[in-house]
Ligand binder design. Sequence first.
Ligand code: AMP
Length: 465
Amino acid sequence: MCGIFGIEGHEDAANLSYLGLHALQHRGQESSGIVSWDGSRLHLERGMGHVADIFKESVLKRLPGSRAIGHTRYSTSGTSIVANAQPIVVKTSMGPLGIIHNGNLVNDREIRQQLEKEGSIFQTTSDTEVILHLMARNPREDIVESLLGALERVRGAYSLLLVTESCLVAARDPHGFRPLILGEIHGRPCFSSESCAFDLLGAKILRELKPGEVVVARGKNIESYRLPRVPEPSRCAFELVYFARPDSEVFGDSVSEARLAMGARLAREGPADADIVVPVPDSGLFAALGYSRESGLPLEFGLIRNHYVGRTFIEPKQSIRHFGVKIKLNPVRGLIAGKKVVLVDDSIVRGTTSKKIVRMVREAGAAEVHLRISSPPTAFPCHYGIDTPSRDQLIAADHDVPKICQHVGADSLAYLSLEGLLSCAHGAPDSYCTACWTGGYRVPMGENQSQTELFPIRTEEASEA
Ligand code: AMP
């Protein structure tokens, strides 16, 4: 769960990266950083918090040069400390290197342990650093060859951007788990996790990087390389359900249109005898609109979100998360009182948010609350970069739908079927990763790499909760 942005050969590289990151803020709010290359050295600025809080004018002035990459981070591997904030910058015999990463490697532990035995000293606990070590130990005249060699060793999910003294490199893992697109601004190549960043900058979308593609940008020029590809890609379907911004295009799909279709399909699969449809903002907005259009029930904005609070879930501390539901949402009593309400959200993870929202809507006077979820039950953790907690914290891991309905206190509960969900995306059903719903992990975890190790903070918090 991170956002990445990069631009090559543009005199305003750092400023444009800052704006790009601002548009990608929803992908991670813990820390952010930009590294720029000014022709003689790398300049790095990073810190904890939101993009706009870190990058004041004075900070951006310290990022000269025409090549830059920037990152917004939500940790799914490695702890939430500034040492793990990205970009990570190192000096190698091939010159200085800066890297940013969206995704999660699944065999970094075993590589790290092996390298440590051989004398490597790691500066962070982030999986991304492994790629840098592999590159530094395998220097090549062409740094891209060194990267390709490193990428052959790592497994899992990665969309990467690297800054070197000669080029900007973008790479997407052979499964294409996480999105990464190539664009152009004033004739210069730029890269982003999502197209919403290009819209803000007035950049043109050229294309999505192919799974297993490595693109090298030097000034205006672009070269493309290929890692060995897997027969079917494994694009994260949860990007379409929840994670990406609705005004983005991801994996060639308009996210908003996919969500409208999910809502419409949900209305067919899970109809309700009700008066109004109320979205859980913002995650349920488009699915609720789709549900409303399909069912003919009016859409009412019965819950108002305070936008100055981050996503409840995205805060890594359980205490904030619990408090967050109340400080984030408030019901509009006049719209809800006396009504049979269809409440639409994108997913139920632990079940804590939904339970509080259902209670909130009832306390606002709803006659009935029918909860509709625009994805299947989340029963398995994600190993590839979405922050889903371990299985023992996922309510759908050991509760069937009637039990979950009882737990959240709704009058009825229906989820969108997997088949229904996949019919709303334009790609072949097999080309999406659906592991969080099915447990079908296409890239197995490496040795010594348990789920608990992947999410150390949240596991500790689970025992506190
Ligand atoms: P929960 O209380 O754990 O069931 O949280 C469900 C809420 O969290 C829903 O409103 C989702 O939109 C949201 N959500 C689902 N997955 C994630 C995630 N990986 N990160 C942040 N929020 C999420």
